[in-house]
Ligand binder design. Structure first.
Ligand code: ATP
Ligand code: MG
Length: 337
């Protein structure tokens, strides 16, 4: 990892960040078709594969360190591409260190508790990345657009009065700050889809038989509330993009670009955390040396004592040989032409 890679990732994702403390209007300020400076899809896909490798390496270190954790919150309107984004971003990671939690309509047990309860139960452990597919932000989105959801939460009278949304923004910010101060980073991604692209994706789910199972008439009914959702998203982004947990608005009309942006934001966070493999102590190294000796003694007749070491040494010799042949211009390869 070079400093320039980190700087390039920072410059790339800065275009997507909602500056903390600013008022934004989703429709006016963020274009779902924005290319973020990536001219060609092939370039984007190449960068994505580099990003996925980088994420895999950092995730291994985060897991080995077992000190910090990461919570990724993914919000989008229906057909925004949450599932595909999660699949891609996770593709290089070890399943042991990553967990996805999906949040649907709350159950009666969940409704019996305060609204953050069900999200708190799914938080990452130290060393883990938890991805929230929908998150506590539903509590100021769908619950706001359909106030009957708030009724089901059975808040006592006085708590339903006044500005319940301003209060929730404050509570959510405080909760995320608490997590940050305890070693858990909160990464917030909003996949920003255009109304026209949503229409096209719904139609594709109807037209392609293999995709019929993804189609839901309820999603089409929800589309009628498009403007109310845009307003709820704008207010939420303005009120809850904080220095400790800023929002990133990801242009989602191109799936490959949305995946690249999500990978870049997560990579930026992991680079910033800078997890390290634990260093071994003198006592650990002594124990390793003893175990090595014991295992070497068990080598069968004719086998190298440590086959791994023997093969690594062989590979090194080969590399050095190639390098010196190249330096003296005798690499033996026939040049074409
Ligand atoms: P997909 O459709 O891709 O499988 P999804 O996240 O849309 O994924 P669904 O089961 O279709 O999953 O929908 C979940 C529904 O639950 C959404 O309509 C969402 O608005 C709703 N929901 C999530 N959280 C809450 C909440 N706190 N209160 C009420 N409804 C909620
Ligand atoms: Mg759905």
């Amino acid at each position: 990892m070079t400093d320039t890679t980190a700087e390039r990732i920072e410059a790339f994702i800065e275009q997507l960040r909602v500056p903390p403390g600013t008022e934004v209007d989703l429709e006016k300020d963020f274009d779902p078709g924005f290319r973020a400076g990536i001219a060609k899809k092939t370039n984007g896909i190449e960068l994505l594969s580099v990003g996925i490798e980088l994420l895999a390496e950092y995730q291994r270190r985060l897991a080995a360190e077992q000190t910090r954790g990461v919570l990724v919150c993914l919000q989008a309107l229906d057909a925004g591409g949450k599932d595909g984004t999660i699949r891609h971003v996770m593709s290089g990671m070890s399943p042991q260190g990553v967990r996805v939690a999906n949040f649907k309509v709350p159950s009666t047990e969940e409704l019996d508790h305060d609204y953050l309860w069900r999200y708190a139960r799914q938080l990452p452990r130290r060393g883990e990345i938890a991805i929230f597919n929908r998150s506590h932000y539903e509590e100021v989105l769908v619950v706001r657009v359909h106030p009957e959801n708030l009724g089901r939460q059975r808040l006592p009278g006085a708590k339903r009065d006044g500005d319940v949304w301003a209060r929730r923004y404050r509570e959510i910010n405080a909760w995320e700050r608490y997590l940050a101060e305890n070693g858990f980073r909160v990464v917030k991604l909003m996949l920003n889809l255009s109304k026209e692209e949503q229409r096209v994706r719904f139609l594709k789910r109807i037209d392609v038989p293999e995709r019929n199972w993804k189609f839901s008439a309820a999603d089409v009914r929800e589309r009628a509330h498009w403007d109310a959702y845009q307003r709820a998203f704008s207010q939420m982004l303005s009120a809850t993009s904080t220095p400790w947990a800023p929002w990133y608005v990801v242009p989602a009309d191109r799936k490959w670009l949305a995946r690249l942006c999500a990978a870049a934001v997560l990579a930026h966070t992991l680079i910033d955390i800078g997890p390290q493999y634990p260093r071994t102590s003198k006592a650990d190294r002594q124990e390793l040396a003893k175990a090595k000796k014991d295992l070497e003694k068990e080598a069968p007749e004719g086998a190298p004592a440590d086959p791994y070491e023997a093969s690594a040494a062989g590979k090194n010799r080969e590399r050095r040989g190639k390098a010196s042949r190249k330096a003296s211009g005798k690499d033996g390869r026939k040049r074409q032409g």
